[in-house]
Design a protein around this ligand. Structure first.
Ligand code: ARG
Length: 467
């Protein structure tokens, strides 16, 4: 039986009836719906609405529904169920008879969907954070294995200064650790329970809200029933956090694509994650990276869809909110599929360290270090910059590097130049000069690797504790 047919004289238009249903996508909330319904049933018993026997039979019925769904997905083929809430009621009544109809006493689907979605987001946050820990772990391993290998760092996509390959990889670790932290922050705020909020004004029965919240692992019960039934901030925050994560993945993918091109040849594409061309026999294409780059747009689109869905929505529940589910699910699915693949790619990738090292030593990437040499000898920074700029100009004309200029010629530019200038131009010296926390000096990068390992370890522990 429908959940609301009493006041209607006419049946629904069959096309409309099918079209407005959400069961095709909210069936995935079944486990959360069952858990939340169990909490509600216990509160009904405490409020004197259910007898002990009725409670037991409802709880057993809910358990059986979960078991049946786990045993066969065909169990969920129900053309009549309007949504997951209706489905559970129908199945419960089929299993235990009219007592099943008692479960809906004092509650509304408005609070149920708000609760189910929170449970879903919470579980998904834990999964994403777990996957992020894995990815960061592989990146840090890569940073460690890279040792003292150097590469060019770019600004404006022009060669700027040499950095350790490890330093470059750790930049991505920072981005992904921020994503994990953002998700943890979102989790903290979203972990409150709408049960007992009713349709909009609060439950019509004296339900023990703190107890229901606690039984589902929530920190507390929501504070306002109007807000609780209409709030989807948690979904928006979550998908926005996923968007930022997806954008980070997209920047990573773009850089790897660039670095794998013949023009750079820094990255050797792993065959297990690349594809060939049906036409050009020589091709090895970075499809995984390209799809990651593209799917980030899809998640960004979902974030926009969610924001537009709530923009201008009057309080409290409106059916528009049903439309927040699919973008939320697809964003989660897209990321949860991508992250392990990205981790696998990172594990399999090889860097052409010889080529990176070579590139790190040409193109005047020691120019700033050269100017610093003069600064340390008392030359005002602006003038040092200008002198080295002149020296670079001479080199460009001659097709050589700074270290190829004879000392007398350098001295004619500034008397501050001395024999030890040549030492300061060597790659190792240039790297070592960036000796500040967060800089690329090898000792600093080793410190950064250790610090990142600690953060990843606690991320792993947190993810494990929630699992
Ligand atoms: N399927 C609905 C949704 O996802 C559940 C809530 C329905 N509430 C209502 N008053 N029609 O939003």
């Amino acid at each position: 039986m429908k959940m609301w047919s009493g006041r209607f004289r006419q049946p629904l238009d069959p096309d409309f009836e099918r079209w407005q249903r959400s069961f095709s996508f909210d069936r995935r909330l079944l486990a959360h719906e069952l858990a939340a319904s169990g909490g509600h049933a216990r509160a009904l018993k405490n409020a004197g609405i259910l007898s002990s026997d009725e409670l037991i039979s409802i709880l057993q019925g809910l358990k059986q529904i979960g078991e049946k769904a786990a045993a066969t997905t065909r169990f969920l083929d129900d053309d009549e169920a309007e949504d997951v809430h209706h489905f559970v009621e129908k199945q419960l009544v089929a299993l235990i008879g009219d007592t099943g109809y008692k479960l809906h006493s004092g509650r509304s689907r408005n609070e149920q969907i708000a609760t189910d979605l929170r449970l879903y987001v919470r579980a998904t946050i834990d999964e994403v954070r777990h996957d992020l820990a894995e990815l960061c772990g592989v990146l840090v391993d890569g940073a460690e294995q890279a040792g003292d290998a150097a590469m060019p760092a770019y600004t404006h996509l022009q060669r700027a200064e040499p950095v350790l390959v490890g330093h470059w990889l750790l930049a991505y670790v920072e981005m992904f650790l921020r994503d994990a932290e953002r998700l943890a922050d979102c989790r903290k705020r979203m972990n409150v329970c709408p049960l007992g909020s009713g349709a909009v004004a609060g439950a019509t029965l004296p339900l023990d809200r703190p107890l229901m919240a606690d039984s589902l692992g929530f920190e507390s019960a929501t504070a306002n029933s109007i807000d609780a039934t209409s709030d989807r901030d948690f979904a928006l925050e979550f998908v926005n956090a996923l968007t930022l994560l997806a954008l980070h993945l997209s920047r990573w993918a773009e850089e790897m694509i660039l670095f794998s091109s013949q023009e750079y040849s820094f990255v050797v594409l792993p065959e297990a994650y690349s594809t060939g061309s049906s036409a050009m026999p020589q091709k090895k294409n970075p499809d995984l990276l390209e799809l990651v780059r593209s799917k980030s747009g899809r998640i960004l689109g979902h974030a926009t869809a969610l924001m537009v869905a709530v923009k201008g929505l009057p309080l409290a529940y409106n059916k528009d909110l049903q439309e927040t589910q699919e973008p939320l699910f697809d964003s989660s699915d897209t990321l949860l599929q991508m992250l392990p693949l990205v981790t696998g790619w990172m594990k399999a990738v090889e860097f052409n360290k010889g080529r990176m090292q070579e590139a790190a030593q040409s193109g005047f990437m020691n120019a700033w270090a050269a100017a610093t040499y003069l600064v340390k000898r008392g030359v005002p920074s602006r003038l040092a910059h200008e002198r080295i700029g002149k020296a670079v100009q001479v080199c460009i004309e001659r097709g050589c590097e700074l270290q190829d200029l004879p000392l007398e010629e350098l001295r004619s530019l500034s008397p501050a130049f001395d024999q030890d200038f040549y030492e300061s131009l060597k790659l190792a010296s240039v790297l070592a000069v960036h000796d500040v926390p967060g800089g690329t000096a090898p000792s600093r990068v080793r410190q950064a690797i250790n610090a990142a390992k600690k953060k990843i370890e606690s991320l792993r522990e947190e993810a494990h504790a929630h699992a």
